[in-house]
Each structure stands twice: as C-alpha cells, then as structure tokens.
Design a binder for this molecule. Structure first.
Ligand SMILES: [Zn+2]
Ligand SMILES: [Zn+2]
Length: 111
C-alpha cells in the first residue's frame, strides 16, 4: 500500500477568512457570524458592512467531492471584501482593527 500523507481538508470561513476543519467549520460559522454582527453593530455607521454572504460554489470534482479549492477561494474573497481601507494610508483592515490603526496612522502633512 502506498503511503500518502494526506492533509486533513480545511474550509475557509467566509466571514473571518481563517481555516477550520470540516467538522469545526459548521460550529464556527454561526458563532463567527454572531460575533460579526456584534462587532458590526459597534462600528461607526460609515464602517458598517453588509452581512457577508456564504459563497455558493457547486463545483464538484471528478471524484464526486466538492471542489474545496474553489470553495475556499470564494470564501477567502468574501472574507477579504470585509476589509476596509484606511483613508490615510490605503492599507486594508478589519473595521475593528482599522479603528485601532487610525489612532496611530496620521497623514504626513498633519497640522
Ligand atoms: Zn469565521
Ligand atoms: Zn492608515
């Protein structure tokens, strides 16, 4: 029997962009979405975002499995769209990080 090193499949959370095991993602997702709503509600109006949508990827590989790569890529893109650019330096952050960042990010030509 050939020995194959198989990495356990991981699923990217479409909300936070972190990777989870196929079992823990179903536990994590509702919690992550709840947390997302809590955080979103605390943000100033201009930083609030529309609720992230779970990407619909229906690609099935030849072996009959979901195409995890396509799914994860879509989820990652979705998580990235949650990032907000800093209006000073243009770097992107999660809104809660942006607030922290903007305390120290000052325009160069400040008064
Ligand atoms: Zn998450
Ligand atoms: Zn900045």
């Amino acid at each position: 029997m050939p020995t194959m090193i198989r990495r356990p499949p991981t699923i990217v959370c479409y909300i936070c962009g972190r990777e989870y095991g196929t079992k823990s993602i179903s536990i994590h997702e509702p919690q992550c979405l709840k947390k997302w709503h809590n955080e979103n509600n605390l943000l100033p109006k201009e930083l609030r975002r529309p609720e992230p949508k779970k990407p619909e990827v229906r690609t099935i590989t030849a072996k009959g499995f979901y195409d995890l790569d396509a799914l994860n890529e879509a989820a990652w893109t979705s998580a990235q769209s949650q990032l907000v650019p800093c209006n000073v330096c243009g770097r992107t952050f999660l809104p809660d990080r942006l607030i922290v960042h903007q305390r120290s990010c000052k325009p160069k030509a400040s008064k």
